[in-house]
Design a protein around this ligand. Structure first.
Ligand code: PEP
Length: 254
């Protein structure tokens, strides 16, 4: 699998953190630190921060994303935000299927598929999250779990649309816990995801697919994780709220 075909993507996931003023200040701090990055730099931020973040990032190499979107274009879905609304704002990226959405907000593989569909229809690039629970890893079914999540989420996605999909492998037991998958574990599952996508879309598409690792990636462990042949970047939670740490990770991917 040829890593040179893929440009790494380092994406921050701010989760439910930062007011618009704090978002602006953090991006201003990050801009000079990541300006020479030889990778894509994305910050996925709360809906209320999107405009402030885009204004602050304008003219820089930082791209902005949302953390979720609804499957309908509009309608009676109180509290939700559609992919069309994100598109109208000029937001290019959206995270879909994050484990916190699956765990706390009833997100299922089916709703993930519907949200992916809506995001692609709106022209967005999707960061699709998959990953196993600790119990599933201990049962030895990690690969089956992520393959199923991947296949369902990609149901109906064309080969052309796949170019706007990034897959983030995020073992649930490693998110926000300080427990990182070893570089070998991350690479093994990322590779399995690539093989799965290859079965669906062919080798060339698989070779071009960006597969990130996410789960307690930080300034100390990023280099080893990102050096793995099937790890093409990271989805970073906690460390994306600290400009210096995030920029070290960006540097490790560059
Ligand atoms: C995440 O939110 O996707 C994540 C990986 O979080 P953390 O880096 O804090 O584990």
């Amino acid at each position: 699998m040829n890593k040179a075909l893929r440009r790494p993507v380092i994406a921050g996931n701010w989760k439910m953190n930062q007011t618009p003023a704090e978002a602006k200040a953090l991006i201003e701090e990050m801009k000079p630190l990541v300006k020479d990055a030889d990778c894509e730099v994305v910050l996925c931020v709360p809906f209320v921060d999107l405009q402030a973040a885009m204004d602050a990032a304008a003219g820089s190499n930082i791209r902005i994303g949302a953390e979720n979107c609804h499957w309908a274009q509009k309608g009676a879905f109180t509290g939700e935000v559609s992919a069309e609304m994100l598109k109208a704002m000029g937001v290019p990226y959206v995270i879909i299927g994050h484990s916190e959405r699956r765990q706390y907000f009833g997100e299922t593989d089916q709703t993930v598929q519907m949200r992916v569909r809506a995001a692609l229809d709106a022209g967005l690039t999707v960061i699709l999250c998959v990953g196993e629970y600790l119990q599933q890893r201990e049962q030895g079914i990690t690969e089956e779990v992520v393959r199923l999540q991947t296949k369902i989420a990609l149901g109906g996605v064309s080969a052309e649309e796949l170019k706007r999909i990034i897959i983030a492998y995020e073992p649930v037991w490693a998110i926000g816990t300080g427990k990182t998958a070893t570089a070998a574990q991350a690479n093994e599952v990322n590779h399995a995801i690539r093989v799965c996508v290859g079965e669906l879309y062919g080798k060339d598409a698989a070779d071009r697919l960006v597969v990130q690792y996410g789960g307690s990636m930080n300034a100390g462990n990023a280099k080893e994780l990102l050096a793995q042949p099937d790890v093409d970047g990271g989805l970073i939670g906690g460390a994306s709220l600290k400009a210096a740490d995030f920029s070290v990770i960006v540097g490790a991917a560059s």
